[in-house]
Design a protein around this ligand. Structure first.
Ligand code: BES
Ligand code: ZN
Length: 444
């Protein structure tokens, strides 16, 4: 039976425009954290807000008892910006329900998924008086900006946060109704490049042909990142890449996902990528170099004959085990510097980064997670890795020594980070059941 109160809670949660990257929303982020801490208390947990130099971290706990396993559940209440706003069919922070889906920024990524965990815990507490495990529910407000304050928070409260295993619902399902266990994530490393040329914008007729154009020069260095087949050309980039295992290739090849679906989901006419790898292999287990934004020079209507004085590019690299983000950024910087046009100067600013994550899906906790998925969805769970990143997951392993079970509820067409983000309401309720079954499995 579907509990209407749960849906009401989700709607309230989704109304906070808790956009972490834009400081003009800081108060909304704070209000959202306060609502969440009160909701944890309301559901029978003790809860506290921890201030950070950035956005607050909300932690809920039950009364811990000696001898019980301790499970940390992690999620994030911050969301991506909603723009471009004109592409939304209804306002992003006014949740709308249509054909079994709830549309709002953050519905899937990640409010719907972390609220499902909290409500699952609340149901157990309500029915049984207490949880059969020790729980630490940690929900942060900075995941979408690379969790800059969560690593230091883990170090500081290492003892209080010590746990046996971590559960996270912030990844995908390969299709509706197919429980999916994600045992690996790609890492990430970000870099901003500014290419400086003349000290001021110049008339392109007066000086063109004799002075390097920074926009042309940046296009040149960016195109040096790949060959025409999409293979990355940065020397040493692939050196530490761990090969995909045979069982993974076989398992992924037999999944009910195919390249036609990727074309449909993306609206692209053709796949393009590294030769010798399937679509799933490329997205889940091969590294990339992406140009996320590029600018400089005249962007307005009509033409303007100018040589801009500078140009910029925003780059990010998706990484796989055992690539090291710092090492990769340095290799890239050296490579870019070696492709400079005379008369230009490059400035590389390293952004946030995080290592890839990989666990053994057949570990005891991995099996417990798969049991919970099997029971929730009534079918054999798909075993996958994901192309997206949750950088804190490897930090959990490094600092707390615990594996993270990734039990995602995002559907391929849920539009995370894009206009009309949505969450299948059935997945919300399945998520609540999944949490309950997971807690039971871990307590056994
Ligand atoms: N939930 C996503 C990551 C994700 C999406 C994993 C889909 C698997 C499948 C997460 O909120 C996210 O978007 N992460 C960012 C991290 C970055 C900003 C450091 C990402 O992957 O771009
Ligand atoms: Zn996200």
């Amino acid at each position: 039976m579907m509990n209407e109160e749960h849906l009401k809670d989700l709607i309230t949660y989704l109304k906070f425009p808790s956009i972490s990257t834009d400081s003009s929303y800081s108060n909304d982020v704070k209000d959202c954290a306060e609502w969440l801490t009160n909701k944890m208390i309301d559901k029978g947990l003790e809860s506290q807000i921890y201030e950070t130099p950035g956005h607050p971290i909300v932690v809920g706990k039950n009364k811990h008892r000696e001898g019980l396993p301790t499970v940390m559940i992690y999620g994030h209440y911050d969301v991506q910006p909603a723009d471009p706003l004109d592409l939304w069919e209804s306002p992003p922070f006014e949740p709308r329900i249509d054909e079994g889906k709830i549309y709002a920024r953050g519905s899937t990524d990640n409010k719907g998924q972390n609220l499902a965990h909290l409500l699952g815990l609340g149901e157990i507490i309500n029915e049984e008086g207490e949880l059969p495990v020790n729980v630490i529910l940690l929900v942060e407000g900075e995941e979408e900006i690379g969790s800059p304050n969560l690593g230091p928070f883990l170090e500081k409260y290492r003892d209080e946060l010590s746990c046996d295993v971590i559960a996270v619902s912030d990844t995908g399902m390969i299709g509706p109704g197919i429980g999916t266990f994600t045992y690996g994530l790609r890492g990430i490393a970000c870099m901003e490049v500014t290419l400086h040329g003349p000290s001021t914008d110049l008339h392109s007729g007066v000086f063109g042909g004799s002075i390097a154009n920074p926009s042309t020069a940046i296009a040149r260095i960016i195109s040096s990142l790949h060959d025409s087949d999409g293979k990355i050309q940065v020397p040493g980039f692939y050196d530490d890449v761990r090969e995909i295992q045979e069982w993974e290739r076989d398992a992924w090849a037999s999944l009910p996902v195919n390249e036609a679906e990727t074309l449909e989901l993306t609206g692209s006419s053709e796949l393009f990528g590294e030769k010798g790898f399937t679509d799933a292999e490329r997205r889940w287990a091969r590294p990339t170099a992406e140009l996320n934004g590029i600018g400089g020079g005249y962007q307005g209507e009509g033409s303007k004959t100018v040589i801009p004085s500078k140009s910029f590019a925003k780059l990010s690299f998706r990484l796989v085990p055992d690539q090291d983000p710092e090492k990769i950024l340095k290799l890239v910087q050296e490579h870019l510097e070696s492709h400079l046009t005379p008369g230009t100067r490059i400035e590389c600013e390293f952004g946030h980064s995080g290592k890839a994550y990989l666990m053994d899906p057949q570990s005891d906790y991995g099996k417990a997670a798969q049991n919970a998925l099997r029971e929730t969805f009534g079918c054999e769970p798909a075993l996958i890795r994901e192309g997206g990143s949750i950088p804190i997951v490897q930090t959990f392993k490094d600092v707390l020594g615990a594996d993270t079970l990734l039990l995602g509820l995002a559907l391929p067409d849920c539009q995370i980070h894009a206009p009309n983000e949505n969450f299948l309401i059935k997945n919300f309720y399945d998520g609540i059941r999944l949490n309950r079954l997971l807690i039971k499995e871990i307590s056994n």
